[in-house]
Design a protein around this ligand. Structure first.
Ligand code: SAH
Length: 347
């Protein structure tokens, strides 16, 4: 059965009318769903609970486990209706909470340093399953909807490649930014992609105004191909063209993620090439030392050297920051916790 979290309020009105559920009841059900309630917990007549339970599921995901880091970061393991496991990270900042959401079970992009891709793509998440992560995390924090929500920012940087699941992700963006529910402004949502060029253009054409974040991680195509198979399909030049197109349409500065791999992409020469590449439109670089993947002999650059890389970029006139690493003691990076869970459960 399908979860009602897949629908906007207007769609829910259409969906429930043939079942005889109308008027203010639908609004009530919509709010309760987005607050994380099961049908049985809703303040509605018994017969309506029954009709709903016979036809739909309410919450498509639940919290299976959580780990709390010393810095306050919380890592969730969620369980889906078909027993697949996904993960998410909740980070506390001065202005509120940022939730990192997953968009697929697994991933087929094959980046060499990423734990999410080890078993390939299992399946896409539905819009309701992506929204469900926000719903359960917000409920966990005791948040409600609108101005009373606790989650203020969303990053699509969990497992999966969001632009490889475009329709569901686009639907999710509409749902979560809707004034009827979480009302999280597109300005407070970042989508990170390894660079699926046609889909970046589609995001622009569909008039999204979210922060586009590109996992670049290299300053030449040759080096990028060593780390990311997608670099065989699209060149850095093509990605940058698509980013400029997105900037022209959205007027949003584009962010580039750059993980530093020891003795691979962390030299002065790399910083120079990178700053030259990004000249010409407003961009920002987020530098982060790689979370080492020893099996593949990819080791993260030290924090000290990473800070030097950032100051080289800054001296070259490129806006850049060294990203805080949160939740390192709880396997905060992409796919690491899920992988550990699967290993422990012999999957
Ligand atoms: N598929 C999307 C979003 C998910 S990954 C993308 O490629 O952008 C979120 C970010 O974590 C990406 O920038 C990814 O490159 C990075 N990442 C993955 N594994 C990492 C690791 N071991 N250390 C540091 N960053 C990592």
């Amino acid at each position: 059965m399908e979860s009602l979290l897949n629908y906007s309020k207007d769609e829910l009105i259409e969906k429930l009318a043939p079942l005889g559920i109308k008027g203010y009841r639908v609004g009530q059900i919509f709010v309760a769903l987005n607050q994380g309630k099961a049908f049985l917990e809703m303040n509605i007549p018994q017969e309506i609970k029954q009709i709903l339970s016979e036809n739909f599921i309410s919450q498509p995901i639940s919290i299976l486990d959580k780990r709390i880091s010393q810095d306050g970061t919380i890592k969730f393991l969620y369980k889906l209706e078909d027993n697949n496991i996904i993960e998410g990270v909740l980070m506390k900042y001065k202005y509120g909470y940022t939730l990192c959401v997953s968009t697929q079970v697994g991933c087929r992009m094959g980046c060499k340093f990423c734990a999410s891709t080890l078993h390939g793509l299992i399946r896409n998440l539905t819009a309701g399953e992506i929204l469900g992560q926000v719903v359960v995390a917000n409920k966990f924090l005791g948040g409600k909807l609108g101005e009373e929500r606790k989650i203020t920012n969303i990053v699509l940087m969990g497992s999966g490649e969001p632009l490889d699941n475009y329709e569901n992700v686009a639907k999710f963006l509409k749902l979560v930014s809707s004034p009827d529910s979480f009302n999280i402004s597109e300005r407070n949502i970042s989508l990170s992609t390894c660079g699926l060029v046609p889909m970046i253009k589609k995001l622009a054409d569909d008039n999204f105004k979210i922060t586009l974040t590109i996992s670049l991680h290299a300053s030449t195509d040759e080096k990028r191909r060593e780390l990311m198979p997608i670099a065989n399909r699209y060149s850095i030049a093509e990605i940058l063209d698509a980013c400029k197109y997105y900037y022209d349409k959205s007027n949003r500065r584009v962010v580039f993620e750059y993980v530093l791999v020891k003795d691979n992409n962390d030299t002065f020469e790399d910083a120079k090439l990178l700053s030259t590449l990004l000249k010409g439109f407003p961009t920002h670089v987020n530098v982060i030392p790689l979370n080492s993947v020893e099996e593949r002999n990819l080791i993260g650059t030290t924090r000290q050297k990473a800070a030097q890389f950032v100051s080289m970029l800054t001296k070259l006139g490129q806006s850049a920051t060294l990203r805080r690493t949160l939740g390192e003691d709880i396997d905060g990076a992409c796919g690491q916790l899920r992988q550990k869970y699967l290993d422990e459960h012999n999957n």
